[in-house]
Design a binder for this molecule. Structure first.
Ligand SMILES: NC(=O)c1ccc[n+]([C@@H]2O[C@H](COP(=O)([O-])OP(=O)(O)OC[C@H]3O[C@@H](n4cnc5c(N)ncnc54)[C@H](OP(=O)(O)O)[C@@H]3O)[C@@H](O)[C@H]2O)c1
Length: 293
């Protein structure tokens, strides 16, 4: 059996796909630009590859039949990548977003949405069997959104505190991904995945506070304050300022559109697995240490 290739293997969802496939004894090939920094199970075949440098991809793509695809690289590199993938691969599972879900939260125009739509159209036209995973907001966004403020003290400032979403644990997205990679019967499926509980930002911050035993002050900031402050109170690494501004604008427009509306909650996880997705409290409890690290 040729290994399942995971592109995006070190990320939030890809690392869970790798871990869960490995737990099942399925051979996995994990692609990354930095094999030396990847912390993945020892039995995983770790392969260097950079999606923006096609000449680096052959060791990863050689003989691949099935792949899990996370695409956060520049879109210009996608057509050549897909053309090479489609020469050998039979099945692609692509981590997309709820692009077709008629809730205003998911329907605001933005650049990453355009990229995901183009990727989907190209995969559909490639002749390869495909499944699209369409998760809503990830529970682990909390780490990027609020970790720095939790580490700095007991004040957490955030916009749209009372807008509800139903965050999903990346482990649950991966559980569905692993089924679609390993089982037949998911070709052409588009799985919209959320957690099962609508929670406002205020709820989520409070849950993390209670898990950490912290008494917090939670303060609403206006969208304009968010435009000015979120670039500084979140870790962005080497992300260029223009990209940071775009991400902040994308979030503000989604939250603004959802203000006053109930959260969209999907039952797909339950229908596929027969069990409920993990709660946000579970995610927070399992990540309490890393939250403060
Ligand atoms: N966050 C949310 O709430 C949310 C909701 C719905 C959908 N999504 C979608 O989920 C996706 C992100 O998933 P994620 O959070 O699991 O990803 P992530 O944690 O941001 O990780 C990105 C992965 O892509 C790899 N990568 C990036 N550029 C690369 C390149 N040039 N060559 C090779 N590998 C590259 C990285 O690998 P190395 O750095 O190791 O090379 C890393 O494994 C996005 O498409 C986003 O639109 C997110």
């Amino acid at each position: 059996m040729s290994p399942i290739l995971v592109v995006g293997a070190t990320g939030h969802v890809g690392s869970q796909i790798v871990a869960q496939l490995s737990d099942k004894g399925v051979p996995v090939r994990a692609m990354t630009r930095k094999p030396g920094a990847a912390r993945l199970p020892a039995q995983v075949e770790l392969v260097h590859g950079d999606l923006t440098l096609p000449e680096t991809l052959e060791p990863a793509l050689n003989g691949v039949d099935t792949l899990f695809l996370v695409w956060t690289a520049p879109p210009a590199a996608f057509p050549q990548f897909l053309e090479r993938v489609a020469r050998t691969a039979r099945r692609i599972v692509y981590l997309s977003a709820p692009l077709k879900t008629p809730h205003p939260f998911f329907q605001q125009p933005n650049a990453s949405r355009v990229v995901a739509e183009q990727i989907e159209r190209s995969i559909e036209a490639s002749g390869t069997e495909w499944t699209f995973l369409r998760p809503g907001i990830f529970a682990c966004n909390a780490m990027q959104w609020w970790g720095q403020q939790f580490r700095a003290g007991d004040l957490v400032r955030w916009p749209f505190l009372d807008v509800p979403t139903a965050p999903i644990d990346p482990r649950d997205i991966a559980a569905i991904g692993v089924r679609t990679l390993c089982e037949n019967g998911h070709a052409g499926a588009e799985y919209v995945l959320t957690g099962s509980e609508p929670l406002t930002h205020r709820d989520q911050i409070s849950i993390i506070g209670s898990v950490l035993g912290r008494s917090l002050r939670i303060e609403e900031m206006t969208p304009d304050q968010a435009r000015q402050e979120l670039a500084n109170i979140m870790p962005w690494g080497m992300t260029p300022p223009s990209v940071i501004a775009g991400v902040i604008e994308k979030l503000l427009s989604a939250w603004g559109a959802a203000d006053g509306l109930p959260a969209f909650v999907s039952t797909t996880f339950n229908e596929i697995t027969g069990s409920k997705p993990r709660t946000f409290h579970q995610w927070a409890s399992d990540h309490a240490e890393t939250f403060l690290a």
